[in-house]
Design a protein. Structure first.
Length: 143
């Protein structure tokens, strides 16, 4: 991610949170140093997504995730794997194994369906006017 950011001419500030108590100081450290926030997913983030989104909104920072659920909890947008599709595909592979296929003979698969989700309520709260072309590309728009 850092290499890609540099290639695009973007400066990246990386902050780690290890406990819920680290969230507020992390946002204080970002004050004036960031224009947007990409939030990596992990159990701590998932448990505190409302707190993170509320803090980001208070700091006027658009948030980008890779899970739709974080956008449903107030994040601005997400782009990532469509998990229901992945779970369906997993069930098909399990069915093959139960019918006698050897797991070693089944090729490894990468996700093939990705979703862009946008929260218009959050965009409006941040004063962002998203282009119609972006909204048209979204798989889901939360209003």
């Amino acid at each position: 991610m850092l290499t890609t950011a540099r290639t695009l001419g973007l400066d990246v500030v990386t902050l780690e949170i290890r406990r819920a108590e680290d969230i507020a100081p992390a946002f204080e450290a970002l004050n004036g140093r960031a224009d947007a926030l990409y939030v990596c997913n992990d159990p701590l983030v998932n448990t505190n997504r409302v707190r993170i989104n509320t803090s980001a909104l208070g700091a006027r920072l658009p948030t980008v995730y890779n899970w739709r659920e974080n956008v449903e909890a107030g994040g601005l947008m997400s782009y990532g794997t469509n998990f229901p599709d992945t779970f369906r595909r997993s069930a098909e592979l399990i069915d093959k194994v139960l019918r006698g296929a050897k797991p070693a003979d089944i090729p490894v698969e990468q996700p093939t369906k990705f979703d862009l989700t946008i929260n218009l309520t959050t965009a409006k709260a941040l004063g962002l006017d998203l282009p119609p072309s972006v909204l048209a590309r979204a798989d889901a728009v939360i209003e």
